[in-house]
Design a protein around this ligand. Sequence first.
Ligand code: 13P
Ligand code: SF4
Length: 369
Amino acid sequence: MPIAGIFGPQDLGNPARGRSVASRGGISAAERARALPMPSLQWTPEVERLTAHLYERVRGVIPPVEWPFMAPYVKAINELKEARGAVILAHNYQTPEIFHCVADIGGDSLQLAIEAAKVKADVIVQCGVHFMAETSKILNPNKTVLIPDSRAGCSLASSITGADVRLLRERFPGVPVVAYVNTSADVKAEVDICCTSSNAVAVVESLNAPEVIFVPDQYLAKYVASKTSVKIIAWKGACEVHERFTGDELRSFREADPTVQIIAHPECPPDVLAEADFTGSTAHMINWVRSNHPKRVVMITECSMADNVQAELPDVEMVRPCNLCPHMKRITLPKILDSLLYLREEVTIDPLIAEKARRSVERMVNLKN
Ligand code: 13P
Ligand code: SF4
């Protein structure tokens, strides 16, 4: 059914936006004091030999001329990870040299949240955007959680504040609130439960309520509303990457090749999803390609993911509409190296907010589907 209503800050009389992402400063004195020695970043025959097995994983998507610039960082990062007792979590949208060559665990937001809850290492380096690093910190309050560039934001996370959620609750007393994990800790602290695009329908239905407030992605809300009889009240947020796709664009891919398969992320607008052969989270899309093994596929999502899948499945032809997420792309090998060398940039959350946010995230993680 169509969503029951859609709200934004203006509709609640709260145009003030609360969230600002701190600017990335230079290396501080405290960070210098705990630094490890700077490793060599020379391309040598030894570096070539020691990284050859990693290059094999990305050979199909990274040209040989680029590897000498990446390999010294890859080797240094993998050694520093050991020295720091660190684990690297990487979202499916990270570039292949990060996703396939330095990450210990890769996945969609749900997989990363589940893995973050199980991490044994003392230090977690989150290669993804700020809300993902916050989720890891929420689930690991006593560990050091680092993000290589704290300016890696998200248009969805910055579209809503905790104060907006409180106003929504006043407007709709007694109606439970579900927040997509693409939100700040401040928002997670105000809601009943979190969800990701993998489990959004199951989370909404788990509340056994006739009506649910679903924030902040209006398109994911519309997708959920199309799959459930629960009445959905939505928020006017959108992903700046997925909202750019259009139904016309998908039709033109199909006109060019009627046999092509098109798979799309539920953050896309409804006219885009109407043209897709399959809709799912990033992990569901990857699994769909693994199990269906199409000859040609268009992935309607952030484009580094197509590179990562191409590296794994070289015989599937990927058609890549290149919509990049500028926030995800802030994470680079040199910044990951700095993160491990200087233990920067550390993610901190007010303990009272973190405690409240943990309840909503854990309620989702513990949900049995
Ligand atoms: P997934 O949970 O599907 O990985 O999505 C996260 C995201 O940011 C998509 O834009
Ligand atoms: Fe946010 Fe969209 Fe980037 Fe995902 S792709 S992090 S939803 S802006």
